[in-house]
Write a protein that binds this ligand. Structure first.
Ligand code: NAD
Length: 500
């Protein structure tokens, strides 16, 4: 634990964070009066309880979103832009509190939490800039017989479902483009981390988001709550970030109702080190790509694939760095690795490591859960993991780095692409032509070349294959929240003098 004043600040912060549902601009308890506890994963203790929404609350929240839709769509883009910009300022001003809140309910070290606040806030700033650049076009049909006018209009009320691993940024990455486009929404955060989203809703309301435009329902019954909204014919769009299994279920419902859908799902990122790589840079980036958020990131490097000449040196250096990482409660100074989110997640990580060990892999460091309170697991490096092993095929979502060698570039690419996922890949390679060849061959939505981090509000984030559909961020991000309408206008009469 840190100094004596820290717990007091934590208590005060939790006490002043909203804990009710945010519906139509008001904080309201769940109609059935139900509540659920929010846990500190570093201690396994309940921090506070929040409203546990049921179907009635979901319908009330969605009604509020539908009532606000026309007004928000008609709000001038510049006004929407300025509200988003005020949201960016509000989140930035509350950076310390939001970071601490995330550390408390999610476990990540404060440095990671602060980085997430900056990243999450950036979506509000980026989409404040995009709000005034939603354009259309005018052109003459090829036969000259008509004019083609296209416009982009908000899709309408949205359901946004977010995960626990980046409680702020996964929210703003959806909320900001939806607001910029003129859509209203119901946001459903993960039950493990509701406080950050509730705190964000308060900031957005203070920034001027009108009542009913952003509604938040926290719940332990996600299928029922989402189901109530998915079945409402006024719903225009569902955007989901989370596991591939739940994403597939939502896509099925969305298919039944012919809804627009965006899915940001699981990953199984390869981290490739080619024989001309800068080894120091590759090891530094490996730590970032693997250990940011304790490995609980969809972009986390899941498999380290190293070309034979560098395999031993890379493995040795990575092991030394992983073994030296400081594990502890995210609020404690100098802590680099926090707990996993819950016992279920820790048990999954343990199962994957134990399975690899049983298959003959070597555990070079870690390889065990840490005793005591909280869901800690030691940073782990594995070598000799076969391509069939579960740890190479499932998303680990924990601090475990399996390292495997490869021979030719073609063999490395084949191993990298040997997954049903396709979110991100990392490649360490100095030769530019080789780097481009490799980037073009990787079956994924994003490639980090000589970088262990690709997330950027100005870039289109998203995957291929079972990692999802659609893009968040960049110019592409807003396309998820607009529909293109085309208006055919008959050829204007031509008896006027031409000006050119
Ligand atoms: P999850 O799928 O269990 O839950 C995600 C969200 O869906 C939560 O809000 C949850 O309450 C809700 N949910 C669960 N069941 C539901 C149902 N039947 N209907 C509607 N909503 C439901 O995932 P998680 O464990 O919270 O998050 C981890 C997963 O998220 C990982 O697989 C990770 O890769 C993925 N993720 C992907 C990205 C990306 O951008 N591709 C980003 C972050 C996390």
């Amino acid at each position: 634990m840190g100094g004596g004043g820290v717990p007091e600040r934590e208590g005060a912060l939790v006490a002043t964070t909203p804990k009710e549902l945010f519906i139509g601009g008001s904080w309201v308890p769940a109609r059935a009066g139900r509540r659920f506890g929010v846990e500190d994963p570093a201690r396994g203790e309940v921090l506070c309880d929040v409203a546990d929404a049921g179907v009635d609350d979901a319908q009330a929240a969605f009604d509020a979103a539908c009532r606000a839709q026309d007004g928000w769509a008609a709000t001038p883009p510049r006004e929407r832009s300025e509200i988003l910009r005020a949201g960016f300022a509000g989140v930035t001003a509350a950076s310390d509190d939001l970071a601490l809140l995330m550390t408390l309910e999610m476990g990540k070290p404060l440095a990671d939490a602060r980085a997430e606040v900056a990243y999450g806030a950036d979506f509000l700033r980026w989409f404040s800039e995009e709000a005034v650049r939603i354009d259309g076009r005018y052109n003459i049909a090829p036969d000259g017989g008509s004019r083609i006018v296209t416009m982009r209009q908000p899709v309408g009320p949205c359901l946004l479902v977010t995960p626990w691993n980046f409680p702020l940024a996964m929210g703003t990455r959806k909320i900001a483009p939806a607001l910029a486009a003129g859509c209203t929404m119901v946001v459903k955060p993960a039950h493990q981390t509701p406080l950050t989203t509730l705190a964000l809703a308060k900031i957005l309301a203070a920034a001027g988001v009108p009542e009913g435009v952003v509604n938040v329902v926290t719940t332990t019954s996600p299928a029922e709550v989402a189901g109530a909204i998915l079945g409402d014919e006024r719903l225009a769009k569902v955007s989901f970030t989370g596991s591939t299994a739940v994403g597939a279920q939502l896509a099925e419902s969305a298919g039944r109702h012919i809804l627009r859908v965006s899915l940001e799902l699981g990953g199984n990122a390869p981290f490739l080190v080619f024989d001309d790589a800068d080894l120091d840079a590759a090891v530094d980036a490996a730590l970032v790509a693997k250990m940011r958020n304790m490995g609980e990131a969809c972009t986390a490097a899941n498999r380290f694939l190293v070309q034979s000449p560098l395999l031993d040196a890379f493995t040795e250096r990575l092991t030394a760095r992983m073994a030296a990482l400081r594990v502890g409660r995210g609020t404690d100074p100098g802590v680099e690795v926090g707990p996993l989110i819950d016992e279920r997640q820790r048990a999954k990580v343990a199962r994957l490591v134990d399975g690899a060990r049983d298959e003959g892999a070597s555990v070079l460091c870690g390889g065990r859960a840490l005793e005591g309170a909280g869901y800690f697991y030691a940073p782990t490096v594995l070598s000799g993991v076969g391509p069939e092993s579960a740890v190479a095929n499932e998303e680990i979502f924990g601090p475990v780095a399996p390292v495997t060698g490869f021979g030719s570039d073609a063999e490395g690419i084949a191993l990298a692409n040997r997954t049903e996922h396709g979110l991100v890949a990392y490649a360490f390679v100095r030769d530019v032509e080789r780097a481009l060849r490799i980037a073009e061959s990787l079956a994924c939505g994003m490639v980090g070349v000589n970088r262990g981090l690709v997330s950027n509000a100005a870039a289109p984030f998203g995957g291929v294959k079972r990692s999802g559909i659609g893009r968040e961020g960049g110019h592409e991000g807003i396309e998820e929240y607009v529909s293109v309408k085309y208006v055919a206008i008959d050829r204007p009469s031509s008896d006027l003098p031409r000006w050119s």
